[in-house]
Design a protein around this ligand. Sequence first.
Ligand code: PDD
Length: 385
Amino acid sequence: MVARGVGGDAARRPLVGERLHGVARPAQLERPRLLQVLALEEQLGAGGAVERLVAQHRRAAHQALDTRGGGAHVGEGGQLGHDCRIVAQVVHPGVVAVSQPRMLVHLDGAVLPLEQARISPQDRGFLFADGLYEVGLAWRGRLLLWPEHERRMQAGLRAIRLPLDTAPLARAGEELLRANGLLAGFAVLYVQVTRGAAPRAHGFPEPAVPPTVYMTARPHRLHEEAFVEAGVSAARVPDPRWARCDVKSTALLANVLAQQQAHEAGAWEALFVRDGVTLEGSHTNLFVVRGGELWTYPPCNYVLEGVTRNVVLALARDLGIVVRDGVEALVDPAAADEVFLTGTTTEVLPVVRIDGRDVGLGAPGPLTRRLRAAYLARLDELAGR
Ligand code: PDD
């Protein structure tokens, strides 16, 4: 892993007027259009300097983050909030102004500011959720595991009968990362494709209309080790989803409601239960460890075949861990020795409580730790770090 807080200009005190780039995680809406910056992280070249800069001026009231650029999502405790790029500037001795650069998005081949992006109300993504999406990780502006995401998207496009050449997406995604200045640290690329805009009618438009392709890119940080060490809780909910959960459809209402229900129950993730078996999370895959063996629901139409899941399964096999092909251990996951979740933005995350019951000793287990370490090492390898 990259050492944190080490920047080229580490010891230098920024000058009045100097602009420094960094990343912030807005956590609490203070008053309209002003957010309090809770965390600044070294990600961009001078990010460490931004952190020090703000630390040096901490007494100068709260740092104001101007959200005119849009795109900041405010979540509780930073957990649900997205990181955003910021620019910090000493405007006066003792006063730091923190502003948010404009967020650029990709829409149908063009890169433009978010607030200028216009999608027709007749878009079938809006009217019918007639579309697919992918969420991919990037390191220093380069997509990681994109062939795996692209293969899944191609399978989804075939399933929903939406012809689209996915080959240009990777380059367009990396261009968007560059346009947003996301050339240091991790970033997350969101790609959505819909069947395009046409007067509302259930059947496909005739003649066909061009698909809508939309992408966003945001800075991203891996979980803090303290958060991972504490583990998360999960709540089981009945699975009301359609029988094509292998398709990464934008129709996520069941996932939205499940996640909200879990959140209101004080849990981090909702786990879908169908026919008495716990399948996966609202946005994660589920793994269970029992007697030193690993269980996860086999790929089929009731779960999404996660890219992270497949990386973790390959790592488990390399480590000589037995991977079981079955669902018995998924009937009552709280009774397992260990449980963890996987996902592009979730990494490998221990679940220590399910429906209020401790899993194992109520702390991350040894196999989870091994697999998390192996997964982070694999990310390093993919990133060439
Ligand atoms: N969610 N299962 C579901 C239902 C998901 O939505 C996701 C991903 C996963 C994990 O897949 P992967 O390892 O390829 O990220 C499993 C994305 C991240 C999301 O909706 O934001």
